[in-house]
Design a protein around this ligand. Structure first.
Ligand code: NAP
Length: 268
């Protein structure tokens, strides 16, 4: 469910797994206006759905509408997955957290969150899932910068003492001695300018992660790769957030295979 929702690539992923695991079912896009979200969610059990994903703009509003919210999703402040329980009650989860961390592990199996300070750029909805995931994975220091300084300051305060607010104008210096840089803004997305950041202070061994997946190599990732840094794009997060959702509806933890990645890339 989203508004709009036509751009979503999730049907490609879930339909692929339904076929691969020979499950009877379907994954359909439901355009739902914000004012109809509650009735649409309540219709899920009536219509025989196992659950749904939620995308923009429903991830926050739905928290108040479901019967139960998983503690991790509560911390993130957003749900992207709803599961219909046996009695028809609705449970809300956030699988973006798993998706992000697993995408780093898939790309670099030896990656650890406590390898050094992390710099997160952006303080929107996706940043919340990234920060919650990094903290749960063991990050000891997260430096958070956002164009609108007040949002980074509030978010740092909310997530506790391991998250340090960095004023936007000091973001370049905050790359000093970090082990991971994450772009959670929309800068570098197709149709948007590149993220305005200078990598001069970035250690060469630091991992650079951009959660954007269109294009698969943003200007930030291209610049990082050119100077020798390892990089990870947002495709792995997109694919990995879908896995626990699929599992919660159908009881199978699906795998990401090269044919699925190819199918997904063909949609860009
Ligand atoms: P959001 O809540 O709207 O946040 C947007 C962020 O981008 C804010 O921090 C905003 O800063 C920043 N921003 C916007 N314009 C900027 C500019 N000109 N200069 C610097 N910063 C700017 O969006 P979101 O849901 O967090 O999504 C952010 C990105 O993550 C999108 O590109 C989305 O496609 C991607 N994403 C990927 C996945 C995945 O599975 N790979 C999942 C979720 C999201 P202000 O606060 O100053 O406006």
């Amino acid at each position: 469910m989203g508004w709009p929702v036509a751009h979503s690539r999730s049907p490609v992923i879930h339909k692929h797994w339904l076929a691969r695991y020979e499950l009877l079912g379907d994954y359909v896009l439901l355009p739902v206006q914000p004012s109809h979200l509650e009735s649409a969610l309540r219709a899920l059990p009536v219509l025989g759905f196992a659950g749904c994903n939620l995308t923009i703009p429903h991830k926050v509003a739905a928290m108040e509408l479901v019967d139960r919210v998983d503690p991790l999703a509560q911390r993130v402040g957003a749900i992207n997955t709803v599961v219909v329980q046996g009695d028809g009650a609705l449970a809300g989860y956030n699988t973006d957290v798993f998706g992000y961390i697993q995408s780093l592990i898939d790309a670099l199996p030896q990656w650890r969150a406590d390898q050094g300070p992390v710099a997160v750029v952006g303080a929107g909805g996706a940043a919340r899932a990234v920060i919650a995931g990094l903290l749960d994975a063991g990050a000891k220091e997260i430096r958070l910068a956002n164009r609108s300084d007040a949002k980074a300051l509030d978010m740092a305060h909310e997530f506790g003492c391991l998250v340090h607010y960095v004023p936007w104008k000091e973001r370049n210096d905050a790359l000093d001695q970090i082990a991971l840089l994450v772009n959670t803004t929309n800068q570098g997305m197709q149709g948007e300018p590149p993220l305005a950041i200078n990598l001069n202070h970035l250690p060469l061994e630091a991992l650079v992660s951009d959660i954007i997946y269109v294009p698969t190599e943003t200007p930030l990732l291209a610049a990082a790769r050119a100077r020798g840094n390892p990089t990870v794009n947002g495709l792995g997060m997109l694919l990995n957030q879908a896995r626990p959702a699929f599992n919660s509806w159908f009881g199978v933890m699906p795998s990401i295979t090269s044919d699925l990645i190819e199918k997904l890339r063909a949609t860009f």
